[in-house]
Design a protein around this ligand. Structure first.
Ligand code: KDG
Length: 313
């Protein structure tokens, strides 16, 4: 049985210092919230399958090759000869402030549909993880997410949903309407503080969480960045601090946190343990450039407990 199935758009990504108008060097890698989570889980030894569409082009080959090298199962991924692989540029403009530019409209990834996904959910995985980015890509992609979470919930698969609102892809009002069914099917809901009003219509964090719990969400997990993370369940509110590291690039920290939390969940840890593993992965992610490159293997999880400045010999 596969531990986790996730799907969405993975793209080629270029990282550079910017300003882009000056030209200069950039380095090529891949990005995509769901594939980041799949990599994080696979590095920790869980079986993770990523489903999506990529173009029949060099950038698509880069996505597939990278995910395969990271032990992510891509057997269900569709290579679409009619569209190109999406691309995004990360411009590390000032300190840890990054600007993102998407080149993904009409990309192969945006054409992902329920027919691509349905076979990949057989047999049912332990966990299905989706994000609010995929429904923003196209009506077919939105339909795929909605059907996937509904059918997973019916079959008893744990549904994990990360709100991941991207204002460059759609308006808040469109997102609010489209995410309603997905939120209702979520066992684990991940959101940053500013995303909670979008899915709950409440501004206050605790009120938003109570409302989501009353609507059937099993646990509301709030990503609080440098302030750590907090989980609300029907019986508890648990807060953990962030791990202290020198921050280089915060993009991907949320996905890393989710991968860590889900890893703890699959290992049967209690909520505090899941939150703690999430913050450990978040700290690894921000410690270097790139969404997923710095994520730890299982034997590296304890590295943050060693005093800074130490050489491990
Ligand atoms: O969470 C990091 C992602 O934002 C990045 O990899 C790109 O998936 C992405 C997106 O759509 O913004």
């Amino acid at each position: 049985m596969t531990d986790v199935v996730t799907f969405g758009e993975a793209m080629a990504a270029l990282h550079g210092a910017g300003p882009l108008r000056l030209g200069g060097g950039m380095s090529l890698t891949i990005a995509g919230s769901e594939s980041n989570v799949a990599i994080g889980l696979a590095r920790l030894g869980h079986s993770a399958r990523w489903v999506g569409r990529i173009g029949s082009d060099e950038l698509g080959a880069l996505v597939l090759r990278t995910l395969r090298a990271e032990n992510v199962d891509v057997a269900s991924t569709v290579v679409d000869a009619a569209a190109q692989t999406g691309l995004l540029l990360f411009e590390h403009r000032i300190g840890d402030l990054t600007r993102v530019t998407y080149y993904r409209k009409g990309s192969a990834g945006a054409h992902v549909c329920w027919q691509d996904l349905e076979p990949a959910l057989e047999p049912s995985p332990k966990l299905l993880h989706v994000t609010g980015i995929t429904p923003a890509l196209s009506p077919d992609a939105a339909d795929a997410v909605t059907r996937a979470v509904t059918s997973a919930r019916e079959r008893g698969t744990t549904v994990s949903f990360d709100v991941n609102f991207r204002s460059r892809l759609w308006h808040a009002e469109q997102a609010r309407a489209a995410l309603r069914t997905i939120v209702a099917a979520a066992d684990l809901l991940f959101a940053s503080v500013d995303e909670l009003p979008l899915v709950s219509d409440e501004v206050d964090e605790a009120t938003a969480a109570s409302r989501l719990l009353a609507e059937g969400v099993g646990a509301v997990v709030v990503k609080r960045g440098a302030h750590g993370a907090r989980a609300y369940t029907r019986s508890d509110v648990i807060t953990v601090p962030a791990r202290r590291v020198a921050v280089v690039d915060v993009v991907g920290a949320g996905d890393a946190f989710v991968a860590g939390y889900l890893s703890g969940y699959l290992d049967g840890l209690d909520i505090a343990g899941c939150l703690d593993r999430g913050t450990v992965l978040g700290a690894f992610a921000v410690s270097r450039t790139g969404d997923w490159e710095a994520l730890p293997t299982r034997d590296e999880l304890a590295l943050l407990d060693i005093a800074s400045g130490t050489t491990v010999r």
